[in-house]
Design a protein around this ligand. Structure first.
Ligand code: ADP
Ligand code: ADP
Length: 231
């Protein structure tokens, strides 16, 4: 099953002599239950591709499907619902709400959606992430690694179709990075989660099933089951 598909996906910024082709007619599929790393040098179009796949931005050309849904066909309300209900995000800078506790941050997407917390699911995720004794802490009382694990729990709380990570380990020391990456790997293996992660780090990408390489807005290579040394 295809969790997301980009067809002829193009994004340009600016006009005339200032025009930048960030993404150039990219065809790309994300298979359900797979962990994909998007790699490539700075400026190659990784963030642009991820933001378009996550329905956070509008392409200049081509289409994005999330499951069977053509994102461009959605009006504001169903688009908001798609982002809220079917997609989870993990950001480089954690993006937790500083005034809320870890628990409140984790359940915030559900609270916004007016949904009840599935306590078994909450307990399971929190247990796997080793956050049980941190739930009443505010982000400022947590280490960077703990904050990103809270963000991981938040991203999975509504059981999204796809979790997108934008350099999720970019601000972490190597131990914390490994904890986050192990969790993402485990979410794929144990919960069947689909994960797409932008990274320029070979260690991070080695946790993925597949690495896709971008250069100048095009996919130039793809590898499966690559080790850190291959990447
Ligand atoms: P990466 O994530 O691989 O670093 P990006 O997708 O951020 O690459 O950027 C791809 C290209 O698009 C770069 O040349 C970048 O400068 C340009 N770009 C990205 N966002 C914007 C923007 N909002 N306005 C103008 N140019 C942009
Ligand atoms: P909006 O433009 O809807 O106010 P924001 O600028 O707050 O959204 O966030 C940008 C995107 O990140 C939004 O489309 C939203 O879906 C997503 N997002 C923000 N916070 C969360 C969260 N806690 N969990 C999941 N997705 C989030």
């Amino acid at each position: 099953t295809i969790a997301a598909r980009a067809t002829g996906l193009t994004k340009t910024y600016g006009q005339g002599t200032a025009k930048v082709v960030a993404l150039d007619a990219v065809d790309f599929e994300v298979v359900q239950g797979e962990f994909t790393a998007i790699m490539g040098p700075s400026g190659s179009g990784k963030s642009t591709l991820m933001h378009l796949l996550a329905a956070l931005d509008t392409p200049t050309g081509g289409t994005v499907h999330i499951g069977d849904t053509d994102v461009a066909s959605l009006k504001d309300t169903p688009l908001t619902e798609l982002r809220r209900d079917r997609i989870g995000f993990i950001f480089q800078a954690f993006n937790l709400v500083p005034t809320l506790t870890a628990r409140e941050n984790i359940v915030l997407p559900l609270a916004i959606a007016g949904r009840k917390v599935d306590q078994d699911w909450f307990d399971r995720i929190v247990d796997v992430l080793g956050l049980a004794d941190r739930l009443t802490h505010k982000p400022s009382e947590l280490s960077g690694g703990q904050q990103q694990r809270v963000a991981c729990a938040r991203a999975l709380m509504n059981r999204p179709d796809i979790v997108f990570g934008d350099e999720p380990t970019g601000n972490l020391d190597s131990t914390s990075a490994s904890e986050v990456l192990s969790f993402l790997r485990r979410s794929v293996d144990e919960f069947g989660q689909t994960v797409v992660m932008v990274t320029h780090d070979a260690h991070a990408a080695s946790y993925a099933d597949r690495a896709v390489f971008l250069s100048d807005g095009r996919i130039v290579d793809e590898m499966r089951g690559a080790s850190q040394e291959d990447l």
